[in-house]
Each structure stands twice: as C-alpha cells, then as structure tokens.
Design a protein around this ligand. Structure first.
Ligand SMILES: [Zn+2]
Ligand SMILES: [Zn+2]
Length: 160
C-alpha cells in the first residue's frame, strides 16, 4: 500500500547520518545560525497551503494523495503544502493532519532530512488520520546534533 508522504527526497546516497543514527541530514549538514533561527521562527509558523501542481519551484505537486508537502533545507527554508490534499486539524481516516505534516516540514527547514525511524516525526510517510505532533527522541537528538542549544526545540513545537 502506498501511504501519503512528504515530498522531500530521501535518496540515501545524498544524506548524512551520525554514529549510525536513524535521523539523517542533507549532505553537508546545512544549518541556520542562532541569530537566523530567532529571527525566522520566534513569531509564527508559516503554513502556506496555496501551492498546487506546478507552482514554480521545479518540484510540482501531484494532486490529491501521495506527495503532501515539501520544504527546502537551510538556508533556503521555503515550505510548501499541496493545496489538493484534504487537510484538517482534527483528522479522521479521510484527512491528513496539517499540524503533523507541518511539524515534519518545519524540522526540514531547520535542517533535518527523513529519519529511518518509522515512529519519528521525521519519517517520510504518514497515513491519513495519523497524528504525530510531538517530537520523538530520535527527532530531538537529530535537532540537538545540529543545534546544541536545546531551547530551539521549543520553537519547533507546532501547537495551535
Ligand atoms: Zn518530510
Ligand atoms: Zn514547492
């Protein structure tokens, strides 16, 4: 069964892991400076659902199902959500949880790639109705590896 997934590619040959971790980073481990993080994330979480099909960044969305969203690593940081999905913030089995997907996307913006841990927020796939709104230990360790200042974790928690 093909479950919906984030559009950020997880081609293993282009990813970096540390000490056989399950979490991964884009090649070169790009990250933001502490100053940029404070500037970009302290006010609000950007969730822009106005993207559909070919939206001008060379990575077109695919209509309903499958690819849900994608984001670009530091120091680009754009985050796009496929407007053709059935988003909801209180999803049943026919809807995708916007907050769960947004948390995955936001952590991509911080600089993580997809994790091999199926329970991690940063796993590539998420079934309809699934809620993953809390970072797992794997997610947190990945973020801390990039940003030893753990205060940053508070900024990426996506709560309404
Ligand atoms: Zn993702
Ligand atoms: Zn896009």
């Amino acid at each position: 069964m093909m479950i919906p997934r984030c559009g950020v590619p997880d081609d293993i040959t282009n990813l970096t892991s540390l000490n056989q971790s399950l979490y991964r980073f884009p090649s070169g481990m790009p990250r933001w400076s502490e100053f940029e993080l404070t500037y970009s994330f302290s006010s609000s979480v950007p969730v822009d659902q106005d993207f559909s099909g070919d939206h001008g960044d060379g990575v077109p969305f695919d209509g309903p199902g499958m690819v849900l969203a994608h984001s670009f690593p530091p120091q680009d940081g754009r985050s796009h959500y496929d407007a053709d999905e059935s988003w909801n913030t209180n999803p049943d089995m026919n809807h995708m949880d916007l907050e769960s997907v947004a948390l995955n996307e936001l952590v991509h913006v911080l600089g993580l790639a997809h994790s091999q841990d199926p329970n991690a927020v940063m796993h590539s796939g998420i079934a309809p109705g699934t809620i993953k709104r809390d970072l797992t230990q794997d997610d947190i360790e990945g973020i801390q590896a990039l940003y030893p200042n753990s205060l940053i974790i508070l900024y990426v928690r996506f709560k309404k």
